[in-house]
Structures are given as structure tokens and as C-alpha cells.
Design a protein around this ligand. Structure first.
Ligand SMILES: [Zn+2]
Ligand SMILES: [Zn+2]
Length: 164
């Protein structure tokens, strides 16, 4: 038996065995690094998972099964969604005169015909009456601040929803 083993244990087999061990060690170290990094990106206790990953093979398998969900990315997505909804809400307001819901680029209130915005004479974008220049095409426009809102204090936006 020992003779057979000694015959099999040639320098070639030794070299192959060493290579395999080195390969496994590299794989082992990389798996720990991957677990720690992945857990960190997911907002989990990455150091705990790095210790778990020290158990060869089983640690990585356990991590794959039990790793925390993508908390950080989820949170970012939720914040983005809230911001988008707020932007959507900002597009709407109400008529300063009658309270009818109007969109940001309405020029007239469809209900009471109060003028909400000026129209740019050049590019026909709806402009805030306080603006003296069109931000779309740089045409100077006459500000008509007092036409329909003589009582509105300067600096307040006339059609913002938070005024209601
Ligand atoms: Zn109105
Ligand atoms: Zn313009």
C-alpha cells in the first residue's frame, strides 16, 4: 500500500497538488472579500458576515442563503419615488382667485378666467407674471405683477398648493 502511494506521489502530482491548494486558498480569500463587500453594500453587518465567511465553503453558502436584502438600494429607490411624487405635486396648484386646481403652465384659470401667467411673445411659454425675462428664449417681458393680485405680497408664488 505504502509502495503504491510512493509510486503515485511523483513530483508532477506534487506540483499539481500544490497548485490546487494555492488555487483553493485564493478562492477562499476572494470569497471572504466578496461576502464582506456584498454585505457592506447591502447595508448589513459586514464584519459579522466576514467572520461567518471564514468557515470554508459553508460560510459563503450560508451568506448566499441568508444575506440581507438590498436595503440601501431599496431606500434610494424609495427616496427617488417620493421626490418624483413631490415634483408631480409641484406641477399642480390652485387658482389664487377661485381655488380651482390648475397646472403650472396654465395661463388662465379655466374656471374664473383669472390670468395666472404671462405668455412669452416669442416662444409662447407660460411665464410667471413677476418674471421680467423669458427663461426659455431670453426675450425681455414686461412684468405685470399687480394686474390680478394687487393684494398678494411680493415674493409669494400665487399658485402654490401649500397656500390653500
Ligand atoms: Zn380661478
Ligand atoms: Zn420665450
Amino acid at each position: 500500500m505504502g509502495d503504491i502511494l510512493a509510486q503515485l506521489w511523483t513530483p508532477e502530482v506534487q506540483a499539481a497538488f500544490t497548485l490546487a491548494v494555492v488555487f483553493l486558498v485564493i478562492l477562499y480569500v476572494l470569497s471572504i472579500v466578496w461576502v464582506a463587500r456584498d454585505a457592506y453594500l447591502r447595508g448589513g453587518h459586514w464584519y459579522v458576515w466576514a467572520v461567518v465567511a471564514l468557515v470554508p465553503l459553508l460560510g459563503v453558502i450560508a451568506y448566499c442563503l441568508l444575506r440581507p436584502p438590498l436595503l440601501l438600494i431599496d431606500r434610494d429607490e424609495q427616496e427617488l419615488e417620493v421626490a418624483l411624487k413631490q415634483r408631480e405635486l409641484m406641477k399642480y396648484g390652485e387658482c389664487a382667485h377661485c381655488g380651482y386646481p390648475v397646472e403650472a403652465d396654465y395661463v388662465l384659470c379655466p374656471n374664473c378666467h383669472t390670468q395666472l401667467k404671462n405668455l412669452c411673445p416669442t416662444c409662447h411659454h407660460a411665464l410667471d407674471p413677476r418674471w421680467t425675462v423669458c427663461p426659455y428664449c431670453a426675450t425681455p417681458v414686461a412684468a405685470r405683477s399687480g394686474q390680478n393680485r394687487t393684494t398678494a405680497p411680493a415674493g409669494r408664488k400665487p399658485v402654490m398648493p401649500d397656500e390653500a
